[in-house]
Design a binder for this molecule. Structure first.
Ligand code: ZN
Length: 428
């Protein structure tokens, strides 16, 4: 029976190892795949962000161009406005000029009319009096030839002077009318210029409005791109967090695989050691089965004494549990993962090992007493199920057994107040 179980352990162990390492490897490669996926996604997001940046800077360039174009158009509009004002001033000046000219022409007309009237009256008067009679009067009243000549020439001069004045006035009027026509022509030209300028201005305004529309569209486009970029950056942050989480998981997984491998190797070593002991010494002892919980049974054998108060030969408080076994090489193993606190010879405990364990921040101490010898030393890390010595009867002991104590916190000396029933933690 014993031999068969040993065989099966030796046979199963490599299988278990292979199975585990495969399981771990597949988990690791899953993580590595995931890491690659996240990395790919990250580089995609990065190139998307770069694309958006390029588009945004393109729009920025267009905006700068447009702005300078709009400034130029604005300057043109301003100068056109100025020109329009100038021309309009000229128009109003010219209109005033025309009004002035019209007024002058009117008054000249009036004067010409008045003089015309006067001349006509004078001519009528001469005719009714009989032109020759009048001439005769002039002649008869003359005192001498020279006086007559004087008188005649005076009449003629008077008539001629009137005529000259009228001619001059008519000429003036014609000049004024010509001037008015010129000025009106000028006014037309000016108004034509004003119209042209106003047309030009409205074209410029249209251009400006179009540019403004483009500007608004560009701004909207830019805003959209910036929003896209922002959400990409958010995605990038999330991916970076995922990446570091996966990296951490990979590290932990690698460590776990390494730890597990070491542990399996230790277990294998122990099995081999045990096998050697068995084959060499021919004893009937073997390793206790390793429990999957935090703590395992520290030795194979039967419980010869429970924890607590007892009567009889060894009456009093029994701070631990006793496991007895008759083999010559009964291995004693660490009840849990931990560090050897002490391994020494005590007069009462005999060869004793104390192991400190930490579980979820809580310290525990296990004590293994009366060993034949121990195989570990203080400061050494041990794992659950790892052999730490061989069962014996050293110290205050009456037969081969393991005296096993369990403490929450550090070991406490007699009366061992910190000791608790090992059954609370170990399934015997
Ligand atoms: Zn005991």
């Amino acid at each position: 029976m014993k031999k068969r179980s040993l065989f099966s352990i030796v046979l199963i162990l490599p299988l278990v190892l292979t199975y585990h390492s495969n399981a771990f490897a597949s988990k690791l490669s899953d993580l590595q795949n995931k890491q690659k996926q996240v990395e790919d996604k990250r580089s995609n997001v990065n190139s998307s962000i770069q694309k958006k940046d390029k588009q945004i800077s393109n729009i920025n360039g267009q905006q700068i161009d447009l702005e300078s174009q709009m400034k130029q158009i604005e300057a043109e509009i301003n100068s056109t406005d100025h020109k329009i004002q100038e021309k309009q001033l000229q128009v109003s000046n010219t209109k005033e000029q025309i009004a002035e000219l019209k007024k002058n022409i009117e008054s000249l007309k009036k004067r010409i009319e008045e003089r015309d009237q006067l001349l006509k009256q004078r001519a009528r008067a001469m005719q009714t009096n009989g032109g020759s009679v009048n001439y005769m009067d002039v002649i008869l009243e003359s005192e001498s030839i020279s006086d007559l000549i004087d008188r005649l020439s005076a009449v003629t001069t008077l008539v001629n002077a009137d005529k000259e004045i009228i001619d001059q006035q008519k000429k003036d009027k014609a000049d004024l009318e010509k001037k008015q026509a010129d000025v009106e022509k000028k006014l037309n030209a000016l108004q034509g210029m004003v119209n042209d300028l106003q047309q030009m201005k409205s074209q410029l305004n249209q251009q400006q409005a179009k540019k403004k529309e483009i500007m608004t569209a560009l701004a909207a486009q830019k805003k959209h791109l910036e929003e896209d970029k922002f959400s990409l950056q958010e995605e990038q942050k999330v991916l970076a967090a995922q990446k570091s989480a996966i990296q951490k998981a990979i590290q932990l997984e690698k460590k776990r695989i390494a730890d597990e491998k070491r542990r399996q190797q230790q277990l294998q070593r122990q099995q081999q050691q045990h096998q050697q002991h068995n084959s060499g010494g021919g004893g009937s002892s073997n390793l206790p089965p390793v429990s999957s919980s935090n703590f395992t049974r520290p030795a194979a054998g039967y419980i010869s004494s429970e924890f607590g108060y007892r009567s009889g030969t060894y009456s009093g408080f029994h701070a631990g549990i006793d496991i007895a076994n008759s083999g010559s090489n009964v291995p004693i193993v660490a009840a849990g993962d931990g560090v050897v606190a002490t391994a020494y010879h005590s007069s009462s405990y005999g060869n004793v090992v104390m192991i400190t364990h930490y579980l979820n921040g809580q310290q525990y101490t296990t004590v293994y007493a009366h060993m034949k010898y121990f195989t570990v030393s203080a400061g050494q890390s041990v794992s659950k199920g790892q052999q730490i010595g061989v069962m014996g009867t050293t110290g205050e002991s009456t037969g081969q057994h393991l005296h096993f104590e369990f403490y929450i916190g550090p070991w406490t000396g007699p009366p061992h107040n910190g000791a608790v029933n090992p059954r609370n933690y170990v399934n015997f």
